[in-house]
Design a protein around this ligand. Structure first.
Ligand SMILES: *[C@@H]1O[C@H](CO)[C@@H](O)[C@H](O)[C@H]1NC(C)=O
Ligand SMILES: *[C@@H]1O[C@H](CO)[C@@H](O)[C@H](O)[C@H]1NC(C)=O
Ligand SMILES: *[C@@H]1O[C@H](CO)[C@@H](O)[C@H](O)[C@H]1NC(C)=O
Ligand SMILES: *[C@@H]1O[C@H](CO)[C@@H](O)[C@H](O)[C@H]1NC(C)=O
Ligand SMILES: *[C@@H]1O[C@H](CO)[C@@H](O)[C@H](O)[C@H]1NC(C)=O
Ligand SMILES: *[C@@H]1O[C@H](CO)[C@@H](O)[C@H](O)[C@H]1NC(C)=O
Length: 801
């Protein structure tokens, strides 16, 4: 099996002349192209397709063709994907492919690993050793150069990742992941994952003169992103179950936490980090760092605007008056059609509402007015645009003068950008907008008018509504001449799987789908739910929100939240309708209705109760730990947990949830929002800071209710002391079982179990579930576990079945 280069004379001087050596000697004799180890003085030859295979067969190391007659020495998953391509996890020479003839990967007698092409050293491990060595590929995907005597590693590929780390591969202060240029060009791209000086793991965009950190999110401080700067060990890894831990306190679990054949964490070509799980010869995304790809820097290049919706994905578009620099590669951005330097008489501005270009301000003028800000841009020949905000409440204003337009995106904030353009461009733009908006914006416009006349409190909402929806929806028609679709075949398509199908429906479509709201299937959460059937035969639940003011606010909260969220234990939203006074959401239909209904009618057996507890925990953990934003549900209760045909649970109704940036929890936004009686954490009642632990508490109550069959509010008159009332269930359970004992006694458990529930259960499972529930309903929020800790604690339950 081994290759022995029998003709090479291993004398030191030969190493000074590798060219000659390689040219004349090294003729390898092999019986097979697949090897388990490479010993000293042997080579893998590109023509012979020599490769090393890990003992479990999962990984292969060898020459991989990456283009015509261009090869990389790489490690890949042995089994090809459905499209026939291999997934590379490591590359020695990503920037310098070697020739398909005469290239070899050798372990020299002096202990150096060397990749040569036409006698040239292309890559080397720079190692040296007198002891006996061998190269082998481990089951973990780690290519190691082992000292046979000490059985220690002289070199290992795990120390030099390219764009991927594998489970249990440490990511340290000395390692960095760099994205590939594109899905077909594996050379070094522009995105980097690394540990920064302050011990925090970050993503950086770096190209030419522009460098910029974009994750953790650039508006948050490290503390707000829940990262810690204190631990300087700077080490992270993904374990084999899908839990990631970093010394800066970044932790997450994948959506499919548990045993899986294989996962990988990759810094993708689009600058996002994703964890992929192998699933029937294709990769599915089981976690990603950034849910709004427009916050990733550099993707659209200069003078370009990024828009994103989950249905059609990310788009880069040139602003009015600009054209694309390179049609085939949008990361080159856009350039002005007309020369913009010249006398200011010739210029004017167009407003891009809600658009922000982050960074590159040459000047910040505070406390100015619009005219002053505009003139400051007029007077500066380099000024391309300005951004002006007025905080009327505080009487303050900010004016940013911009000479370079980069990282443009819709922020949904009060920021507007005013773009400087030649007067004729401004004129054509205004005409264009007028024409287009009369075509497409009719509904939001009438709305605006109505709002003005009636002057009721909803004007603010209507404004927001028209601005956000209108602007985002019609962006492509209204503001730009040059809409360029992503070239097809880019990797973006694959990523969309994680957030699919979010559509805007017309009122007429909804009326038709719901048969004129014929079949009511539920109430609550600010609206009535009807059953419907879409033209493509999908059965859906349509939630028609109350016309009350509060219903509208809820709708917006739901819109922003759900558009970004996708998890198999969270209800999927197909779309929404916003027309006139109508606000509706279209969800997937869940055959078995709510958990409340099922507990009430004793439809569940013990096994499904355990699975529901585990599924709900996963859904909530995803809400809490999804990285860009922090989503609290705030109203976890059996009515909001729905069951599909197989009794898989999905958490529904994000009507009360809000997107948070951690750190702003104490503010008053929440004063109106409280959970539902019976499931409310003590923090609501005692006005303590609201954190994700409120959901943990509610979750614990739901689990207790499932186990005991007793509703926390069952058979109790309204009581002024809400906490006392709700604690009755908890106290009753605690009385029956000795909560602190290591393992609960069977007889104790049997006493509290709902006698109506059918099926077998295992005592260990039940005592574990009960213990977790009791921990979740602890008074002290810090004593409660996080939702992902709950997932882990419940994991053994699932395995047992
Ligand atoms: C598979 O590889 C070929 C050649 O490297 C490439 O042209 C093709 O786009 C790849 N397919 C996918 C789906 O990436
Ligand atoms: C980081 O995690 C440790 C241990 O879990 C905890 O004690 C510490 O408070 C955390 N730091 C921050 C800033 O959250
Ligand atoms: C620092 O992080 C490492 C890895 O997560 C952990 O093992 C260690 O206990 C942490 N040290 C401190 C002081 O928190
Ligand atoms: C446009 O982009 C493509 C793909 O990156 C590149 O091959 C080409 O050279 C670029 N053209 C110009 C004019 O820069
Ligand atoms: C803006 O400020 C300038 C200077 O402070 C002042 O002269 C001008 O009247 C202001 N314009 C408006 C519209 O308030
Ligand atoms: C706007 O509409 C008018 C009349 O419908 C038409 O004459 C004009 O050319 C349109 N303008 C633009 C910029 O399309």
């Amino acid at each position: 099996m081994l290759i022995h280069s029998q003709y090479i004379m291993h004398m030191p001087f030969l190493y000074l002349l590798p060219l000659i050596t390689l040219y004349y000697s090294q003729v390898a004799h092999v019986s097979s192209s697949s090897l388990s180890v490479l010993s000293e003085g042997s080579s893998l030859l590109v023509e012979k397709k020599h490769h090393l295979v890990s003992p479990n067969g999962l990984f292969t190391a060898g020459f991989h063709e990456i283009g015509q007659n261009a090869y990389c020495f790489a490690i890949w998953f042995s089994e090809p994907m459905l499209d026939g391509n291999h997934t590379l996890v490591w590359t020695a020479n990503r920037n310098e492919p070697v020739n398909g003839k005469g290239s070899r990967f050798s372990l020299w007698k002096n202990g150096n690993l060397v990749l040569t092409s036409a006698g040239q050293k292309i890559w080397t491990s720079d190692t040296q050793s007198n002891s006996q060595l061998q190269l082998q590929l481990l089951d973990s995907g780690n290519l190691v150069l082992t000292k046979l005597v000490k059985n220690s590693y002289l070199w290992q590929s795990f120390d030099f990742p390219t764009d991927t780390i594998l489970p249990n591969q440490p990511f340290t202060k000395d390692t960095v992941l760099i994205s590939s240029r594109s899905s077909t060009d594996f050379s070094t791209g522009f995105y980097k994952l690394y540990y920064d000086y302050d011990n925090i793991i970050r993503l950086l965009y770096s190209k030419n003169d522009v460098t910029s950190v974009y994750w953790p999110y650039f508006y948050s401080t490290s503390w707000e992103s829940r990262r810690s700067t204190y631990n300087n060990s700077r080490v992270a890894s993904l374990d084999s179950k899908g839990s990631f831990q970093s010394s800066d306190n970044l932790t997450f679990i994948t959506t499919d936490y548990g045993d899986a054949l294989q996962r990988r964490l990759t810094l993708d070509v689009d600058g996002n980090i994703r964890v992929y799980t192998l699933n029937q010869r294709s990769w599915s995304v089981s976690w990603q760092a950034i849910s709004d790809p427009c916050t990733i820097r550099g993707i659209c290049g200069p003078n370009s605007l990024c828009t994103y919706n989950p249905e059609s994905g990310r788009k880069c578009a040139c602003m009015h008056g600009y054209k694309s620099t390179n049609q085939s590669d949008l990361s080159f951005g856009c350039e002005p059609i007309h020369d913009l330097s010249g006398h200011h008489e010739k210029y004017d501005f167009i407003m891009l509402p809600q658009v922000e270009f982050y960074g590159f301000d040459i000047k910040l003028i505070e406390g100015s007015n619009f005219t002053v800000c505009k003139n400051a841009c007029f007077d500066n020949p380099n000024c391309k645009a300005f951004q002006f905000t007025l905080d009327a409440a505080r009487g303050s204003s900010k004016c940013y003068i911009k000479t370079f337009l980069f990282n443009g995106l819709y922020m949904g904030t009060i920021y507007n950008t005013y773009l400087k353009l030649p007067k004729n461009e401004v004129l054509s733009y205004n005409k264009h907008v007028a024409n287009e908006s009369s075509l497409y914006c009719s509904s939001s416009r009438t709305e605006l008018e109505r709002g003005k006349k009636s002057e009721n409190g909803s004007l603010k909402f209507v404004l927001w509504f028209s601005i956000i929806l209108g602007v985002i929806e019609f962006t492509s028609f209204v503001f730009f001449y040059y809409i360029i679709k992503q070239p097809s075949g880019t990797t973006t398509q694959n990523y969309l799987a994680i957030a699919t199908g979010f559509k805007r429906f017309t009122y007429a479509e909804i009326v038709k789908a719901s048969h004129k709201f014929g079949e009511e299937i539920g109430r609550g959460g600010g609206g009535i739910v009807y059953k419907g059937i879409l033209p493509d035969n999908r059965v859906v639940a349509i939630k028609r929100l109350h016309e009350a003011f509060q219903g509208e606010a809820e709708f917006l909260a739901e819109m922003t939240t759900i558009g970004r969220i996708n998890h198999r234990n969270l209800i999927e939203t197909y779309g929404y309708c916003a027309e006139g006074k109508h606000r509706m959401l279209v969800y997937e239909y869940m055959e078995n209705g709510s958990l409340a209904k099922n507990i009430g009618s004793n439809q569940l057996d013990w096994q499904s109760i355990i699975e529901i507890a585990s599924g709900v925990a996963k859904g909530l953990a995803y809400l809490h730990e999804e990285c860009l934003d922090w989503v609290l549900h705030c109203d976890v209760k059996p009515q909001n947990i729905l069951l599909d045909a197989n009794f898989n649970p999905k958490v529904a109704d994000f009507g009360l949830s809000k997107l948070f940036h951690p750190g702003v929890m104490e503010n008053s936004t929440f004063s109106k929002i409280r959970g539902t009686r019976g499931y409310m954490a003590p923090e609501w009642v005692f006005n303590l800071p609201i954190t994700s632990k409120v959901d943990v508490y509610s979750y614990g109550m739901v689990v207790l209710e499932m186990i005991t069959g007793r509703s926390p509010t069952y058979d109790q008159p309204h009581n002024d002391n809400e906490m006392l009332e709700q604690k009755r269930l908890v106290n009753w359970v605690k009385e029956k079982v000795v909560a602190n004992s290591e393992s609960l006694i069977e007889t104790q458990i049997t006493e509290i179990l709902n006698p109506m529930i059918r099926g077998e259960y295992e005592n260990g499972q039940m005592s574990n579930l009960l213990k977790v529930a009791l921990q979740c309903v602890k008074e002290d929020k810090d004593a409660r576990p996080t939702m992902s800790e709950v997932v882990k604690m419940l994991l053994p339950l699932e395995m047992d079945d």
